[in-house]
Design a protein. Sequence first.
Length: 473
Amino acid sequence: MVSKGVDYFTFSSNDYFSVNVTGPKVGGVSGPSNNFRHQSFQIDSGNISGLLSFDGILVWQALQNGAVLLGGSQEISSLTGNLGGGSMANMLKTPSTVTCGYAVSYGFYDAGPGVKPLTDQDQLYVYVTDSHANWMGTLAEAMPALSAAPLNSFVLPGAHDAGMFTLSTVTGILAGPDAKKLLDGLSILSVFGTIVGDLTMAQAPRAIANLALTQKDTIPTMLDLGIRYFDYRPGTLYPKIASFNPGVRYHQHSMIPGYAYVAFLQDVIAWLDTHPTEIVVVSANTQGFSDAAMKPTAAQVQQDLDQAIANVKPASPLVIGDKTALTQSYAALVASHTRLIFLNQIEGETSKYDSYDDGAYATVDPATIVGALAGMNAAGQKGHDYTVLQMQGTATSAGKAVIAAAVTSLSDASSPLLSTKGRFDAVTNPWLLENVPKNLSNDQLVVLLNDFADNCMTQTAIELTRARVAQRA
């Protein structure tokens, strides 16, 4: 007999929600008592009917009172570990779903044979919660003390590298005359190495997705999931490929362009126009840019905002805030229509106290991330405008073997960043719930930042906001 292992992580926000994960003759239903637990089983040939049959089906279902809300499946070979037919073979086709009654986020990682230090076990996470599309307003209504407290009292769930959820700009460049310039530019970056320079045009989209995409949901979906802070890095295209769309700013991951900045702003403004109780915070910054020429000026970023507002023409008034809004109450901000706040760092406009460190976060071990989070304290917050606690690791910085595997993979579900998602979440969320109220001041805004932003992180932020307000009372 042969088998392929599957690790899975589930989260249910209430007793009426549960998640059923099964393989051939294995698995079962997990409820809230299984939250943050590492569970696993084997797709075992001994459990698969049929002579010389090796392909088993991994199935998940999100349930409410036993009724199926949403589900997915994937055929996995117990012999080779290769994927067959199913709904999870492409990372970018595993979107979150949000309705008025529930939200479901999920993801699947195809481990293949496993390349050290990455796991050789396939990974699945499924999180089901109530809808958090209007969580700030709902929580403020239920807690008058929160409504009257400064915005600094909130813990906001945030999207790391928020504009890196699409390959549309990359595929446009690869289809044109600047394709080789893009690959040549990637090959000289130390983080990617010369392996990227050997890519064929056919290999390039998958390799770039594995190396650079940190999200897989659109901006409106992230907002519906409850995400209220966006780490956005708007810059013009890398000089060698700038002729593709001169002067237009995209989210930049090193030199890989994601979603256009004006389009992002339009999405946020249009969403805010239909969600009058919610506040969105944006950090426009230039972290990690490959070339200084890509950096915009504060004036250009303002021009993009003005253009986005003019394009959307919101029906309701929208006042733009800065860091001074953090000391104003939630109620006052909503009453004054100050519901889009910028904590930019392009020209040093704000200062953040951030857990991120290049060395600590280049890891596949969640204990290393917890160590970085544990180093954050109230004394360190002094002199900064707000605090950021980063939950994701950077597996792509954990060794050349990881880069090589990401570049040469034949699977569209093989992102190294996705390989650690469920395992890290299962450790960081409970740690944050226990320690943020003890370790940090309740008088400074706290942001939880993560790759593949999800509803479980929003649930954690809601619980922490409740705890902080209770401590302030």
